[in-house]
Ligand binder design. Structure first.
Ligand SMILES: N[C@@H](CCC(=O)N[C@@H](CS)C(=O)NCC(=O)O)C(=O)O
Length: 206
């Protein structure tokens, strides 16, 4: 097993959290290098795309969350070997990434613009993404996205749904998931109650 160091913000969610969960779930040893916001400006230029997460593998950096998720998913056995099943995992992860980016782009907007863009997203694109993701969950049997088992696609979707349901995204109603994709709300509980994930968050005091 290579020596793994995950660089990500000191925050239990979003793009770096799939990697943490994948490694905790499967007992892969890694250094969880949590970067405080105040230290980020001084570090930014050392990161390949001035972004995180960045995984160091035997000292060599690799960026882009879904690339990291696939790499670790393969190491951890949470990514399909079959090419078609793997493509289905990628589709979910990339769709989640697209929606995360669209919402994320609003974070630094002025309040008026933020309100308008988020209300527009909540009126159409977010429900559509949720319905499309739910359709893929159904196609996979309703419990997990592919291979009737937990993969990195489930972790990636879980973190998006947790964010949407948390109520912290102003102008996006917290019940948007329940109203548009109730199976994704159940999926959130399924992942959250996985014994190793529940134990991980409990150990972190969450
Ligand atoms: N496409 C990239 C996006 C990475 C990204 O936007 N990361 C955010 C944190 S979640 C970041 O590093 N932002 C830089 C900043 O806030 O200056 C990925 O999937 O890893």
């Amino acid at each position: 097993m290579p020596k793994l160091v995950l660089n990500y913000f000191d925050f239990d969610g979003s793009r770096g959290e799939v990697a943490r969960l994948a490694m905790h779930l499967t007992g892969i040893a890694f250094e969880d290098r949590r970067i405080a916001r105040k230290d980020w400006p001084a570090m930014r230029d050392r990161m390949p795309f001035q972004q995180m997460p960045v995984l160091e593998v035997d000292g060599k950096p690799i960026a882009q969350s879904n690339t990291i998720n696939r790499y670790l998913g393969e190491l951890a056995g949470l990514y399909p070997k079959d090419d078609w099943q793997a493509a289905l995992v990628d589709e979910v992860m990339d769709a989640v990434e697209d929606l995360t980016t669209r919402i994320g782009n609003t974070i630094r907007m002025a309040e008026d613009a933020k309100k308008k863009v988020r209300e527009d997203l909540a009126a159409g694109p977010i429900p559509r993404f949720l319905q499309q993701l739910e359709a893929r969950l159904k196609a996979g049997g309703g419990e997990w996205f592919v291979e009737k088992r937990l993969t990195v696609a489930d972790l990636k979707c879980y973190l998006l749904i947790r964010w949407l349901k948390s109520g912290v995204i102003d102008y996006v109603p917290a019940d948007i998931v329940d109203r548009n994709a109730p199976l994704l709300a159940q999926h959130l509980e399924r992942v959250h109650n996985h014994p190793k994930i529940a134990a991980y968050y409990s150990a972190r005091g969450k």
